[in-house]
Write a protein that binds this ligand. Sequence first.
Ligand SMILES: Nc1ncnc2c1ncn2[C@@H]1O[C@H](COP(=O)(O)OP(=O)(O)O)[C@@H](O)[C@H]1O
Ligand SMILES: [Mg+2]
Length: 499
Amino acid sequence: MSLAVTLSRAQEGIAAPQVMVEVHLSGGLPATNIVGLPEAAVREARDRVRVAIQNTAFEYPGRKVTVNLAPAELPKDGGRFDLPIALGILAASGQVPREKLDDCEFLGELALSGSLRSVSGVLPALLRARARGRKVVVPRANAAEAALVSEVEVRVADSLAEVCGWLRGAQDLATPTGVDTEGGIYDGPDLRDVRGQLQARRALEIAAVGGHHLLLVGPPGTGKTMLAERLPGILPPLSESEALETCAVLSVAGQPTDPARWRRRPFRAPHHTASAVALVGGGSLPRPGEISLAHNGVLFLDELPEFSRHVLEVLREPLESGHIVVSRAARQSTFPAQFQLVAAMNPCPCGHAGDTRRRCQCTPEQIQRYRSRISGPLLDRIDLAVEVPSLPLREMDASRGPHDEDSATVRARVLGARRHALMRAGRPNAEINHRELERDCALGQAERRWYEQALEKLGLSARAYHRVLRVARTIADIDGGAGVLEREHLAEALQYRRF
Ligand SMILES: Nc1ncnc2c1ncn2[C@@H]1O[C@H](COP(=O)(O)OP(=O)(O)O)[C@@H](O)[C@H]1O
Ligand SMILES: [Mg+2]
């Protein structure tokens, strides 16, 4: 009887729990049993591993092979365990040495030829392995992702043969290279392309500084989508730890990270026909949805009233908590979902209410019904609403106006203004807690009285009271970060609540 153990990692949400692959060879009729994998996955893994071993010029043991993947209760999908299973079989049958197996983890699906195929969730697995001080071997196809994690010994391989050569000391395995440690140099769409729309540009800048959610309202073709797409370009690049979190989500979604852009904030724009699962995540093997793929970046919902009520409803929880819990058959997965929402909509079904260039065709009831599709609680969480009107043609024609700044200029200003909030509370104003709000948004007596009267006149809720203060704080920060909030900061902040 002989036994070998190899180490690997499963994928659960963006966690990567350890899996021990125990291989046991014994007498009896030749047969292979795999315990701890779902039935269909067992059959496939068994075939791939057997043929890959044979095609790598090793011998598949003609004995009873029992493979146990422990612990049993973890989700164990797909082919990620092929490589550790194959190595366990080869080690148990004395065809490769076991010494290096103790402190090394393996991930990789095998093709019948014995070559290694990429797997999802490599990044979170590497972060966990690093915490345990272990080496990791992954398929070369995952090298770009692997290169993002510093201070862990990663090797990449093309085939089972290479890994076995390495275990025997006969050859070296490459380390992943080629990551651009900056990776944040912004080369996306630029604000310099946007004509006019000064009010919307101002709101976009406030949103960028404070991390506030933003709603753009206007007829078709006025630049709403253009503006939304340009928000990531005026936000600060991701910090290393933020970038790793965001890449970890992409990794478990099976979407490769572009190493040249890994510090860039994500921008996701799901279509309004997207299902709730596509938006917030789910499925039998829970996958992250668009809100998690937008983690630390921007989620753009164009044509907001066209999204189903249910879909908008499920957005509320993550908007508040910054994460989403996806439950499926007694299993729960948590995905991060700290995104900045930008929504766009027409003012009415035909799109031209309030338009100076075209007459609106809608009845007041139609307009009312259209707007009421967006629930109050969702609107409540959007601190900035701004109109993006039709431009006079001469403004569209103008080659470049004096206000058409480029994204780099605006981003520099955003970074400067954000610094005030980061120094006070360590996070942007949209995320400060109640205690920080009381401390940092204090009002003088006259301002408080004026503010309360203004809120009352506008019929705003008690909930709005604090949210408007946060925006006013951001406006004051752009204004130089003066200690107390002044009336003009409050007045401008209130203006973005009129919708
Ligand atoms: N303010 C603007 N400045 C420059 N081009 C604009 C502007 N508004 C609209 N356009 C042009 O019209 C096209 C459609 O704009 P878009 O942002 O998609 O409008 P919306 O989302 O408001 O319907 C853009 O690709 C651009 O060519
Ligand atoms: Mg649009």
